[in-house]
Design a protein around this ligand. Structure first.
Ligand SMILES: [Zn+2]
Ligand SMILES: [Zn+2]
Length: 389
């Protein structure tokens, strides 16, 4: 009788479970950190390498060494050497890649594809979107952040992937594993808190109508995001104020700042006379678009973006002042480009009781959370087809 009840319950619940199963397409991640041979591969269980139309089963105990032989890639283990232009590696358990010296070591879920691209080794990790995110979110947000902030981050990272997966079309991939796209570290990077946040938001992305939203995120918006979101609570306190680097101050000599406005650093042509520095232009959020510096008769203009990269300023949300006649002091707020989800702000909002959905709606005005569909995943391709017509 008990058995029957369990069976009935199972059949009652099953269709519901299936309906909730999210669309989980495969992502091709270019593992840019593995571009050198020899490369060592091991598996936690036995695994299979397929190349040039043939498959070979490799026991878990073996270390396979990948090397290059002209236009082919060789896999060498024991007394065997296999050659092919491209290898597909499949395993039940994660595969571990390491450099010949063994100092760099990472494990990956899903399939690995090895081939030569632009004259160098290219390793692609082909795995379901949800598994990919498990290796991204803990590297993009501190795993100790509050649960609702981690959930918001998971949805933002998922949306970003859907929207930006054309970035490496020319490389035969969707995204890369570096800061150019989203930092991805495979199983090695996974943490329990972030994995839970991904599972609890499985398949959910941000959309505007039917269009996936570019889920960009920034460490700390400085209290004012680029799109004009005032990141403050009712008392006027910045939600991102808990960031230890929320307020910052950095000084540079006048000459150092003067030289950022030049393509080539040319200290010898430093003019003489009085110096002055002023913000010439800001955007609607108060970020510096253009800085004007005057030295004697000469005036130079330098963009906020250039100053940020050349002087390693945390953000372009700053004011300037001259100190003791030869130092320019930048006093700023926030860290990062200031666009989209503010990560420290999301943590602050979560601590104030906001849910992931509220947090996302604050940072992406007009967007809503919706399940990822096949059409959304193919959004870019459909766009292209439409524009070709
Ligand atoms: Zn990239
Ligand atoms: Zn913020």
């Amino acid at each position: 009788m008990k058995h029957l009840l369990w069976c009935a319950l199972f059949f009652l619940l099953c269709p519901r479970l299936q309906a909730q199963q999210s669309f989980n397409p495969e992502v091709r991640v270019w593992l840019t950190r593995w571009r050198n041979v020899p490369l060592h591969i091991t598996g936690e269980s036995s695994w299979r390498a397929t190349g040039a139309g043939e498959s070979c089963d490799i026991p878990a105990s073996e270390t396979v060494i990948v090397e290059r032989d002209a236009m082919l890639l060789t896999l060498r283990f024991g007394s065997k050497t296999l050659r092919a232009e491209e290898w597909t590696l499949e395993a039940e358990a994660p595969l571990t890649l390491s450099s010949a010296q063994g100092n760099d070591r990472r494990s990956y879920r899903g399939k690995l594809v090895l081939r030569l691209h632009k004259g160098r080794l290219q390793v692609l990790n082909v795995l379901p979107l949800e598994d990919y995110l498990r290796g991204v979110v803990p590297l993009e947000m501190p795993p100790g952040f509050p649960t609702e902030a981690l959930r918001a981050q998971a949805i933002a990272a998922r949306s970003w992937t859907v929207r930006n997966r054309h970035k490496h079309e020319a490389d035969g991939a969707d995204v890369c594993d570096g800061i150019h796209c989203q930092v991805y570290g495979g199983v090695t990077a996974e943490r329990e808190s972030t994995t839970l946040a991904i599972q609890n938001t499985a398949g959910l992305i941000l959309v505007n109508g039917d269009t996936p939203v570019d889920g960009v995120y920034t460490a700390d918006c400085g209290g004012q995001s680029v799109v004009g979101v005032a990141d403050r609570d009712e008392s006027g306190k910045d939600y991102c104020a808990a960031n230890p680097g929320h307020h910052w101050s950095l000084g540079y000599t006048f000459l150092e700042v003067w030289q950022t406005a030049e393509e080539k650093d040319s200290a010898q042509d430093a003019p003489k006379g009085e110096v002055d520095v002023q913000i010439a232009q800001t955007d609607a959020s108060g970020r510096v678009v253009m800085l004007r510096i005057r030295w004697g008769e000469q005036t130079r203009e330098v963009s906020g973006a250039r100053l940020r990269s050349r002087l390693s300023l945390p953000s372009t949300l700053f004011s300037v002042r001259l100190d003791q006649g030869n130092t320019i002091v930048f006093e700023g707020c926030g860290s990062g480009h200031g666009n989209g989800l503010c990560q420290w702000g999301a943590a602050g909002r979560a601590r104030a009781g906001q849910k992931a959905e509220d947090i996302l709606q604050a940072y992406y005005p007009g967007a809503r959370v919706a399940p990822l569909s096949e059409a959304m995943w193919e959004w870019r391709r459909v766009q292209k087809q439409n524009s070709a017509r």
